[in-house]
Write a protein that binds this ligand. Structure first.
Ligand code: CP
Ligand code: NVA
Length: 340
């Protein structure tokens, strides 16, 4: 059965060696693994430069700074979004381009057309595809079919734009990031995978507690540990929130029920008992600990007392999604993946 509500392959990916239109190999941003530590640092710094610029001069860009003038960016979203959609549309517009939003009910994809054919066609008319999908294989499939850069706007495994914004948020809050402790308490999900990989690449120590039922992806965390070994940071993985947050500078969580897992909600709420972030849980964190959450937030994973406290960076983190998107579009579309 074809699920019309998700962007899935209807047919396998065909070899495109015979293709005339998919000749170049654009550089894609599918996960934080696609950036070297130096490139990640540069993209985060560039996001910070956009932040300064916009905060001092406002959101309207100048005519001489429109690298996407005349370019259309397709925004293909198979799942709901507030921050990613708005930051993408505003960022493309700021850079002089045209954002074309294509929701799951707007195009033939997943109903009458395969991901491969759709990717070939849309990339032949646009300068970039920003896509929010289900399985990682969908975004990888889109990239394989595309003649233009593909930017992952969230898949079930990764969320690189969130990770870039998170690193900017930590940098602004703490100035120097190397040696900080980033503690994740919650689900082993897409946001965890890329945010912790970004931490490991930038020299931030990572400590994770997930319920036993939801262990981290071992293959991915082998990569995270390899990045940590290069930067000199550490990665600790457990099922004990109290231990994970001890001496933490940043305590982070996310929803316990990600998009696509709605049918598991009741079971998950029971299995995550003891994982709600509260000030009591954080009693042994660093004196200056801060709280982060990518949003949208549900009541169960963090107390109001923490979420709306002075320790909470969540609304800066959300705003920083705009600057992260500006930096990503500049790097992958305007500069074609040359990040210096
Ligand atoms: N954090 C985030 O990606 O939010 P949206 O789902 O609203 O885009
Ligand atoms: N883990 C969440 C993140 C939402 C931005 C989800 O995938 O639904």
């Amino acid at each position: 059965m074809i699920n019309s509500r998700s962007f899935r392959f209807l047919t396998g990916i065909r070899s495109f060696s015979s293709s005339s239109s998919v000749m170049s190999s654009p550089r894609h941003l599918l996960s934080i693994s696609d950036l070297s530590p130096a490139e990640l640092e540069r993209v985060v710094d560039r996001a910070g430069e956009y932040r300064e610029l916009i905060k001092s001069k406002g959101l309207s860009s100048t005519a001489e700074n429109l690298p996407l003038l005349g370019h259309t960016v397709a925004l293909m979203f198979s799942k709901r979004s507030t921050r990613t959609r708005v930051s993408s549309e505003v960022a493309v517009n700021y850079l002089g381009g045209h954002p074309m939003f294509l929701g799951k009910d707007d195009i033939q994809l997943g109903v009458n057309e395969s991901l491969y054919d759709t990717g070939r066609v849309i990339s032949s008319m646009t300068s970039c595809m920003v896509a929010r999908v289900g399985p990682h294989s969908d975004i990888a499939g889109l990239a394989a079919a595309s003649s233009v850069p593909v930017i992952n706007a969230l898949c079930d495994s990764y969320h690189p734009l969130q990770a870039i914004a998170d690193m900017l948020t930590i940098k602004i809050a703490f100035k120097s990031v190397k040696g900080l402790k980033f503690a994740w308490v919650g689900d082993a999900n897409n946001v965890l995978n890329d945010s912790t990989h970004a931490c490991a690449k930038l020299g931030i120590n990572v400590s994770i507690a997930t319920p036993e039922m939801y262990p981290v992806d071992e293959a991915h965390f082998n990569k995270v540990k390899a990045s940590a070994a290069i930067s000199g940071s550490t990665v600790e993985i457990s099922h004990d929130p109290k231990t994970a947050v001890r001496d933490a500078d940043v305590i982070v969580t996310d929803t316990w029920v990600s998009m696509g897992q709605e049918s598991e909600k009741q079971a998950r709420l029971a299995q995550f008992k003891g994982f709600k972030v509260t000030s009591e849980m954080a009693s042994e964190a660093s004196d200056e600990w801060k709280f982060m959450h990518c949003l949208p937030r549900k009541q169960e994973e963090v107390s109001d007392e923490v979420f709306y406290s002075d320790r909470s960076l969540v609304f800066d983190e959300a705003e920083n999604r705009l600057y992260a998107m500006l930096a990503a579009l500049e790097a992958f579309v305007a500069k074609k993946g040359v990040i210096m």
